[in-house]
Ligand binder design. Structure first.
Ligand code: SF4
Length: 94
């Protein structure tokens, strides 16, 4: 693909549509997160699904999830349980 035809990531993400479920499809054992110093999930997720809280736990903004599964791989303690949501994301590009 010519570089002039490459659409920037944020523009591509902006084309997606979401059908947000009432219940989160992500469960995190936040007791484990307290002892996770670097909290890699909070910096690796391109959608900002995981947010570090001042008390050492994390908040999960499941409605932002792109369903890539990256957080499951990067979490060093297996603290995340994930299922595909009933609604979820509909990709419009790529
Ligand atoms: S990487 Fe895992 S243990 Fe660490 S903060 Fe994220 S979910 Fe919690």
């Amino acid at each position: 693909m010519e570089s002039s035809k490459i659409v920037p990531l944020l523009k591509r993400l902006g084309l997606n549509t979401y059908n947000v479920d009432k219940k989160s499809h992500i469960e995190v054992n936040t007791d484990i997160c307290i002892n996770c110093k670097d909290k890699p999930c909070t910096v690796s997720c391109p959608a900002g699904t995981y947010e570090a809280l001042p008390d050492g736990r994390i908040a999960v903004h499941y409605e932002r999830c792109l369903e890539c599964g990256g957080a499951l791989v990067i979490c060093p303690f297996g603290a995340i349980k994930f299922r595909f949501p009933e609604g979820g994301i509909s990709y419009r590009y790529g």
